[in-house]
Design a protein around this ligand. Structure first.
Ligand code: FE2
Length: 380
């Protein structure tokens, strides 16, 4: 076989290896290092380096062989030098002969270190960096074939670095988006808590009511096998179910006796008013306004505001309804003392199927986690 054919086959083999290397984005630095070694090995060069051009115009060493690691630290390119290199026709610049300002500025340093070629990596009209190469171990001049090999292999490395940068940028944006999303969720949760606190504060006898309803609703939903997202949704609905009380007269809410029919119908406006407040908001979870609207509905149709019956009431509203009633019965109210735990359980069982959904009651009574133990202690 002719030596030139052998060399050609070897070069193709090296290019194929390089193609595999640049496709492997898992270990970027290792990829560039192996690519540089392949390039140096193919042409039998003594030394070389791959330098990445960063935003500030400085060069960062990605891979280096046969040179001091600190060699590239002193290099930088101004904007004019970058523009000049982008318009250069030749793919490889001879350090000793090039007119490029950048090379003129560093010619002495490069020559002292034995660098003979500087090959700009230009991808999509962007100067990605340089491959700097020393002379051949044999002392021969670079041939036209050598320049072709260098051009092809440096192009591969440049595309690999460019792709890596893009992947990094995408990952960075994804991380920023994730952080922004988390911030928005935190703001949303804080707003929800502020709303809940506002409706609780108005009712001096039910401090913390919304938070407890939220916790009970969450436990029931989780026990019923709801997804984490749905559980978060009902947590929010628990917090907001009484937000409509903001539009009800404070004296009616805090009346220390059983209120008359007129005041009662005024108070009973709060689920529909809550819906009006919550519906225009773009909640991250579905059905929150409806859970607030229907938390005083009953299976037998005797609830309010719409007198819905069993299947017409969303399951979330049925859960919030039970959690709300449980908390109302187990806390002191202006016109009555809280009831005993046994009494409340008896009430839930008695009203299962008429006021409450039997599946929700059964689930609530089956809760055996720490919350349930806490409830028992609270009600004792
Ligand atoms: Fe309510």
């Amino acid at each position: 076989m002719e030596p030139s054919t052998q060399k050609l086959i070897h070069t193709f083999g090296a290019l194929a290896d390089l193609g595999q290397e640049v496709a492997n984005t898992e270990d970027f630095t290792e990829m560039v290092r192996t690519s540089l070694h392949l390039l140096l090995g193919t042409l039998a060069l003594r030394r070389g380096a791959v330098a990445e051009c960063n935003n500030l115009g400085t060069l960062g060493c990605v891979a280096i062989w046969g040179l001091d690691h600190k060699f590239l630290e002193e290099f930088s390119l101004n904007e004019q030098e970058q523009r000049e290199l982008l318009s250069v026709e030749s793919p490889a610049l001879l350090v000793g002969a090039s007119n490029a300002s950048f090379l003129q500025r560093y010619r002495d340093l490069l020559t002292t270190e034995g660098i003979e070629l500087a090959v700009p990596m230009i991808v999509r009209q962007e100067l990605t960096g340089f491959v700097l190469l020393g002379g051949k171990a044999s002392g021969e001049e670079f041939s036209t074939d050598d320049f072709e090999t260098i051009r092809a292999m440096v192009r591969h490395i440049g595309v690999g670095i460019h792709t890596h940068r893009l992947i990094e940028q995408v990952a960075q944006r994804a991380e920023e988006n994730r952080r922004l999303y988390e911030e928005l969720r935190a703001i949303y949760r804080d707003t929800v808590r502020a709303f809940a606190a506002a409706s609780d504060i108005k009712d001096k006898y039910t401090q913390g009511h919304s938070e407890r309803v939220s916790r009970y609703s969450e436990s029931i939903a989780r026990e019923m096998g709801w997804s984490e997202e749905e559980v978060e949704g009902i947590q929010i609905a628990g917090y907001l179910h009484d937000v409509g009380k903001l539009v009800v007269d404070r004296n009616i809410i805090n009346a220390p006796y059983h209120i008359d029919a007129k005041s009662s119908s005024e108070l009973n406006r709060h689920p529909a008013a809550g819906y009006e407040i919550l519906a225009p908001i773009n909640h991250p979870y579905a059905d929150i306004p409806l859970m607030a609207k229907y938390h005083h509905e009953r299976l037998d149709g005797r609830g309010y505001p719409d007198g819905l019956t069993d299947e017409q009431i969303p399951l979330g509203a049925k859960i919030v309804s039970l959690a709300d009633s449980f908390d109302a019965m187990t806390t002191d109210r202006p016109y009555r003392r809280r009831r005993s735990f046994e009494d409340v359980i008896r009430d839930l069982r008695q009203n299962s199927g008429t006021q409450f959904d039997p599946k929700v009651v059964k689930t609530f009574l089956s809760l055996e986690d720490s919350l349930w133990k806490q409830l028992r202690a609270i009600c004792r």
